[in-house]
Design a protein around this ligand. Structure first.
Ligand code: ATP
Ligand code: MG
Length: 646
């Protein structure tokens, strides 16, 4: 592919950001040569009840054990709430923007402290004790953050299940972690539509036992069934408790939360994160990657049901005393200008979203963006998938008016925080590249045999040593933790992602290793072909998978969604094949192109390639679990229109 453009660090960023390139190099070097000293120093960014004396105690073989700051004690809620109240109790902690543009709310750190303590007392009243698991199934309302912090305050372990998940998915996650209490709402509100959360909880609890209490927050006020003795409205319980609740003293390695991965590659794993290392890492990456400083209005558009919402809506920003915006709605309601209008309304300075949203809004045209000001913005971020250069350029030019650097942040539920990303004052940007590792992160690229590759190369991405935000285990299945992440390459954490490193040492995530296809012996990341397709002006989205091909081993099957108003025909099909051939080379030309009105996506907006692979393989019988799809009906259309001949 043609070599990407390079964007230099704007001068004011190099001068004013926390780190410029020289400082990045020096800090990175220090973090790798002496992790003990580096993290020993940076661990002090949070407050401790008992200070730690031992910083790092980790091993990836012959078995896995990860412990950071293990003899220290602290409390996450104390760090995210209490310690800010004395210093700046009136500062807004959370700006809540409702689904309906007329609804919003500012919650100060002082109010947050009282809400969290009240919620903590409600949970105690429901019998929740340190170590108990609490399932949270809430929409994006402030109570979601209150509930998370309330659990952290009393040492309970939360497991958030995204409000878009079905009763079956919820039931599975409740059972897997053995929750006794579920926190939900009567209904959620997204894009003007109501989501029957309480009814879903009832359906889930009809299938699984063990839950003794359901706490229901009223969001819409719709009537809901309430099981006597089991179900209580939050407001009723809250009226009878005080807003003072002491913080539990937690050991650094006590569990903080369980979060199930999105399941795009199979059965979701209960990723367990613990207290201190996670918080240090989330807060530190939030500060440096977003160059966060007091006065910023920071908005991450993720849902708290995803790890991005945990680390970069709630824990990282609040630990840093930031003002974090929480958005209940969707990007296209009431219009496709909503994101940009919210930015103007609240004077957002840092905006962090996903490529899937960017591509969708790009399809809606520039005018919807350009009619808003966005003058408050200074930095943009991307997370969740590789961002194709075309979308990157649009984000930079149209949304950021050429003014705002973009941090393309690569990380995973398992990593707790960002591992590879530009730092805006330090890193020259290449559209499509997550660029360089964060402090303390040792990425390596290995081949299938585990040989470490040097210089410019392509292979599988592994991380050679632990960092404080790393997950500690798969809940209830430590063997699965080892088998999934540490057995493929001895002594290394295997990310499951394919990656290329260029001559400048920049990392380019090529997609999941499962998505790398082998065409006539040539290894190719599907992301690269997708990116070429999306660069065509009529293409809005593309997903590429391999399928068995008599001559080539694997052929390239491309699902293509066109821009609104365009229709796919033979001429366009030929044109797209020629286009990819020119952009990447003949080896990458798609063998089959299917025009698809919609692609199967997880609720977090990621394309479920395993389903597309099955369809391309003509194997419709074993599509697996499609209940976690945002819109399962797209699958039927895809099957009905499968392409058989070029
Ligand atoms: P599951 O593991 O259950 O299949 P998932 O991997 O989709 O679910 P997450 O942990 O939310 O769940 O996503 C992490 C993955 O998302 C990464 O491994 C990578 O494939 C992709 N990803 C995230 N951010 C980026 C990025 N900036 N660039 C490229 N890929 C990214
Ligand atoms: Mg994953």
């Amino acid at each position: 592919m043609s070599e990407a453009k390079i964007y230099d660090v704007p001068r004011e960023w190099a001068e004013e950001a926390y780190v410029d390139n020289a400082r990045y190099q020096a800090m990175y070097e220090a973090s790798i040569s002496d992790p003990e000293a580096f993290w020993g120093e940076h661990g002090k960014r949070i407050g401790w009840f008992e200070p730690y004396t031992r910083v790092k105690n980790t091993r990836f073989e012959p078995d896995v054990s990860i412990r950071w700051y293990e003899d220290g004690t602290t409390n996450v809620a104390w760090n995210c709430v209490d310690r800010h109240v004395a210093e700046h109790g009136d500062r807004t902690a959370i700006i809540w923007e409702g689904d309906d543009p007329s609804e919003s709310r500012h919650i100060s750190y002082r109010e947050l402290a009282s809400e969290v303590q009240r919620f903590a007392n409600v949970l105690k009243g429901e019998g929740v004790k340190k170590g108990d698991r609490v399932t949270i199934y809430l929409p994006m309302i402030p109570e979601a953050a209150f509930a998370m912090l309330a659990c952290a305050r009393i040492g309970a372990v939360h497991s958030i299940v995204f409000g878009g998940f079905s009763p079956d998915s919820l039931a599975g996650r409740i059972t897997d972690c053995g929750s006794t209490v579920v926190i939900t709402a009567d209904e959620g509100l997204r894009g003007g539509k109501r989501v029957p959360l309480k009814a879903n909880v009832d359906a889930a609890l009809a299938k699984v036992g063990g839950v003794s209490s359901v706490v229901v927050v009223k969001r819409t006020g719709a009537p809901v069934a309430m099981a006597t003795g089991r179900d209580h409205f939050y407001a009723d319980l809250a009226a009878n408790v005080s807003d003072e609740c002491p913080c539990e003293e937690m050991a650094a390695e006590d569990p903080l939360f369980i979060l199930y991965t999105s399941g795009s590659t199979g059965k979701p794993k209960g990723v367990l994160h613990t207290t201190a290392g996670y918080l240090v890492y989330a807060a530190m990456t939030h500060q440096y990657v977003f160059d966060y400083r007091a006065g910023d209005i920071y908005w991450c558009t993720a849902d708290v049901g995803w790890v991005t919402g945990h680390s970069y809506i709630v824990y990282g920003p609040l630990c840093n005393g930031a003002t974090t915006l929480m958005f209940e709605g969707v990007p296209n309601y009431p219009s496709v200008s909503r994101f940009w209008e919210v930015i103007d309304k609240h004077q957002v300075t840092i905006f962090y979203t996903a490529p899937t949203a960017i591509r969708a809004l790009m399809g809606a045209g520039e005018e919807a963006v350009k009619k808003t000001s966005r003058a408050s913005l200074r930095l943009l971020g991307s997370v969740g998938e590789p961002i194709n250069p075309e979308a990157w350029e649009w984000y930079h030019r149209v949304v950021g008016d050429h003014r705002c650097p973009i941090v393309d942040t690569w990380w995973q539920t398992e990593t707790g925080g960002i591992l590879i990303s530009p730092l805006p004052g330090a890193t020259r940007l290449k559209p499509g590249s997550a660029t360089r590792p964060f402090f303390g992160v040792r990425p390596e690229i290995v081949d299938a045999e585990g040989n470490v590759l040097e210089g410019a190369c392509e292979g599988n991405l592994v991380i050679a040593d632990s960092w404080p935000g790393q997950m500690r285990t798969v809940y209830g299945d430590h063997q699965r933790f080892f088998d999934t992440y540490f057995s493929a390459y001895k002594g290394k954490y295997f990310t499951g992602d394919g990656c290329r490193r260029d001559e400048d040492g920049y990392y380019w995530i090529t997609g999941r290793v499962d998505d790398v296809i082998n065409v006539s012996g040539h290894r190719m990341g599907t992301a690269e072909v997708e990116s070429a397709l999306v660069a065509h002006e009529l293409v809005s989205e593309a997903a590429v998978v391999g399928y068995p091909h008599d001559l080539k081993g694997q052929g390239i099957y491309a699902y293509v969604t066109l821009m609104a108003g365009s229709s796919g025909d033979e001429t366009l099909r030929k044109e797209l094949v020629g286009w990819v051939r020119r952009e990447i080379g003949p080896i990458a030309s798609p063998d089959l192109i299917q025009f698809a009105p919609g692609l199967p996506k997880t609720r977090s907006g990621k394309i479920m390639r395993r389903i597309l692979r099955k369809i391309a393989e003509d194997d419709f019988g074993s599509l697996g679990d499609i209940s976690t799809l945002a819109d399962p009906t797209v699958v039927e259309d895809l099957i009905a229109n499968r392409q058989n001949k070029p």
